[in-house]
Design a protein around this ligand. Structure first.
Ligand code: GLN
Length: 490
């Protein structure tokens, strides 16, 4: 296997042993990005000069004996994290030429950790979607099967990691956008507890649901990255004032024959019921058997209101989006219509030209559910159901340490298959959205393949602040299996 498919942990060891330099590694990945971009379209912007400069600085730091665990490790940021001097588009015409004057909190944190930024990855426009087909810059392809979608909205990030273009990437997850593309592309990704990673400098979609998180080849790599990304930031009022954590702490405990002894895995039957494809159920059940072999026990749990998570989310997320996206009015930044008669005509034309169909659909729905006369019936009602769903999880976690199920009911659909039917696309989020509504951590890790060779992911959800435990469960699974080590051909 080439260096391109090595984990962050392996690359750090190789850099420390001087087997290669950060500059050599960066050049290799930049060449891979250039070669694959016409087919995969995973990146919106690539920054060869910035990346090479950062790699040289990392090599110099190492030569001075100042290297940390991420010094010289290449990464890519989803194109909704502000990067000073490098454009941040949200894959929208609205921000096609927007260059932020500052870095997002997590961008600064990963820069200070010594990572090398290769570029910005494609996404569904403003993170609204599940396939990365709503990007203004054209669809991204799934490296496992080029006629399939990579998932979304962090589809460029997932495709880039899966194709060996970067060992790790950042994503954001409002209703599944880290976990679902991780599942479709055969990589590992975690959405932390709401408030763990600062949202400062992350373009807002639905502020009460949005969380940043890492996407990589292994749970161990995600733990490394999350340790660097997480932490209190006074610039985000929802950032939690908690002491810094090392998310690898459970992973570093030496393995025993039964490393998961004492862990109770909760199984809600809705996660294994009708509407879940048979190969997906089979792969997750096989993963459960492996977790039991590692010492975990299984207990049935109920999430009686989870069936309402999709309608609840598709009221609340558009409501917040309609408010958040009102700032794109052609006055302060971003696209402005070339011709207009007065101020209102300028707003109208700017937004008509700048936003794509899915974004417009969300703004219309959100404005409607917040409007006088409908607010109580839709928005307020959805807030109440959100509480019931959060309560369901609290009750379930009294009986188990983590919940297991599929990340998505299916493997990656073909390009174009869902674009005509938004409702069908929305229904795909059934298993991921609950964690955002409740604010709990949740992750996806590869656990099998369909007969066509498309990856299948399992999802682990846990109580607030259980990231270290979830990552450890996935890590022990990955120590015993090799699903996460498979790479697409060609
Ligand atoms: N697929 C969901 C949506 O379209 C979730 C997107 C996300 O997590 N950003 O809203």
């Amino acid at each position: 296997m080439s260096r391109a498919y090595a984990t962050v942990t392996e690359l750090t060891a190789g850099l420390a042993a001087r087997q290669f330099s950060a500059l050599e590694l960066t050049d290799e990945l930049l060449a891979r990005i250039a070669a694959t971009q016409p087919v995969l379209n995973a990146f919106v912007s690539v920054d060869p000069d910035g990346a090479r400069a950062a790699a040289k600085a990392a090599d110099a730091a190492r030569a001075r004996g100042e290297a940390g665990t991420l010094t010289g490790i290449p990464i890519a940021h989803k194109d909704l994290f502000m990067t000073e001097g490098l454009r941040t588009t949200c894959s929208s015409k609205m921000l096609e030429h927007f260059v932020a004057p500052y870095d997002a909190h997590i961008v600064t944190a990963l820069k200070q950790a010594g990572t090398v930024l290769l570029g910005k990855t494609a996404m569904d426009e403003f993170a609204m979607g599940s396939s990365t087909e709503t990007s203004f810059f054209g669809p991204v392809r799934n490296p496992w099967q080029l006629d399939s979608v990579p998932g979304g909205s962090s589809g460029g990030a997932a495709a880039a990691v899966a194709a060996g273009l970067t060992p790790a990437a950042t994503g954001s997850d409002t209703g599944g956008s880290i976990r679902q593309p991780s599942s479709f592309c055969g990589i590992t990704g975690i959405k932390p507890t709401y408030g763990i990673c600062s949202r400062y400098g992350m373009v807002a979609f639905a502020s009460s649901l949005d969380q940043a998180g890492p996407m990589a080849r292994s749970a161990e790599d995600c733990a490394l990255l999350l340790t660097a990304m997480a932490g209190h930031d006074a610039r985000d009022a929802t950032s939690l004032p908690r002491p810094k954590e090392d998310y690898r702490r459970e992973l570093m405990i030496p393995a025993t024959a039964k490393p998961l002894a004492g862990i109770r895995i909760g199984l809600p039957d809705i996660f294994f019921g009708d509407g879940v494809d048979a190969p997906v159920v089979a792969a997750v059940e096989a993963a459960l058997a492996e977790l039991r072999a590692l010492g975990a026990t299984a207990v049935p749990v109920a999430l009686p209101n989870i069936g309402y998570s999709v309608p609840t989310y598709y009221v609340l997320a558009p409501a917040e989006a309609s408010s958040n996206l009102s700032r794109f009015d052609g006055v302060r930044y971003g696209h402005r219509a070339a011709q207009y008669t007065d101020l209102f005509d300028m707003y109208r034309k700017t937004r008509a030209e700048g936003f794509g169909d899915e974004v417009k659909r969300r703004i219309l729905v959100g404005t409607y559910v917040l409007s006088h006369g409908y607010y109580d019936a839709y928005y307020l009602k959805a807030q109440k159901v959100r509480r019931l769903i959060a309560n369901d999880y609290q009750a379930a976690f009294a009986r188990c340490d983590a919940i297991l199920g599929p990340t998505v009911p299916t493997a990656a659909p073909r390009l174009g298959a869902q674009m005509q039917d938004p409702i069908k696309m929305y229904l795909n989020d059934i298993f991921t959205i609950g964690a955002n509504l409740a604010g709990i951590p949740a992750m996806s890790a590869p656990c099998g393949f369909t007969s066509n060779g498309l990856p299948i992911g399992m999802q682990l959800q846990g109580p607030y602040f259980s990231e270290a435990r979830l990552l450890n469960i996935a890590h022990r699974f990955q120590q015993a299996t090799d699903w996460h080590r498979r790479a697409p051909k060609g």
